[in-house]
Design a protein around this ligand. Structure first.
Ligand SMILES: C[S@@+](CC[C@H](N)C(=O)[O-])C[C@H]1O[C@@H](n2cnc3c(N)ncnc32)[C@H](O)[C@@H]1O
Length: 240
């Protein structure tokens, strides 16, 4: 794509396109290769579409995916508490991915894979209805107006979630950010493909027993210590 003054710009939807290619020169890409028994990088993350269970996990347990794993607290705790699921965590930050991989390597239950990849690519990583649950906790809020277009939670992402989630599959979201929470609700206004199962501006107070209140991610700990209320949405995928 070119602008009138011939400068190359990146199309906002580039990451969602079939011809997207990862381009970078980050030393942590190679370093992550040490963990190739459970880490898949860039296009490798897209080489098992429709085959995760039988080819990679070699079982028929449900597939659950976390986008923006961060430092991996949720992934590690959840995987170890639920050995009968297949879990995939993904994040696009290199150094952070390397630090998570070092911790994952030491876990007892190996019911997971880790993808150094972009959340925009889920429809190229998973087949139609292949995923039972999607987790998306404390996404980058991109607070400035001119950066809102970088927020992951918008139409192309919702299209991809609808596609990869099984009928009745669930998208779990938590955020600290009021503006991003309102943005999400706005994007769900005319959305017939998801039923809102839970919507809260104070998850911990309104739903203390809910599964989402039982886990505290690294970023969540910081927000809670600052007295920030945790906002949450749980969506059920309607299909067929
Ligand atoms: C604020 S941190 C939250 C991390 C973790 N979920 C937590 O709650 O502690 C957001 C994470 O999402 C990752 N992230 C942001 N945009 C992403 C994208 N498009 N694809 C994959 N990861 C992304 C960032 O690298 C970062 O680790």
């Amino acid at each position: 794509m070119t602008t009138p003054n011939n400068k190359k710009t990146i199309d906002d939807n580039f990451c969602y396109r079939p011809d997207f290619k990862y381009t970078h020169d980050n030393p942590y890409h190679d370093k992550l290769g040490v963990f190739d028994s459970f880490v898949l990088r860039d296009e490798e993350a897209e080489s098992n579409v429709g085959h995760w269970k039988e080819r990679i996990f070699k079982n028929s347990h449900p597939l659950e995916v976390e986008i923006g794993t961060g430092y991996g607290e949720f992934m590690m705790e959840y995987c170890q508490q639920n050995p009968n699921i297949n879990f995939i965590g993904l994040d696009h930050r290199f150094k952070r991915s390397f630090s998570v991989a070092k911790k994952l390597d030491k876990l007892e239950h190996k019911n997971f894979r880790y993808l150094r990849a972009r959340g925009e690519r889920i429809e190229f990583m998973f087949d139609e209805s292949e995923v039972q649950s999607l987790f998306y906790f404390f996404p980058d809020p991109w607070p400035k107006n001119r950066h809102h277009k970088k927020r992951l939670f918008q139409k192309p992402f919702l299209n991809a979630c609808h596609k990869v989630l099984s009928p009745g599959g669930t998208l779990f979201v938590k955020t600290d950010h009021d503006g991003y929470f309102d943005w999400m609700l706005d994007h769900l206004k005319d959305e017939k493909r998801f039923e809102i199962l839970l919507q809260s501006r104070d998850l911990r107070k309104e739903y203390p027993e809910h599964f989402l209140s039982q886990f505290t991610t690294k970023f969540e700990k910081i927000f809670l210590s600052q007295g920030t209320l945790i906002k949450s949405i749980v969506l059920k995928n309607i299909k067929g």
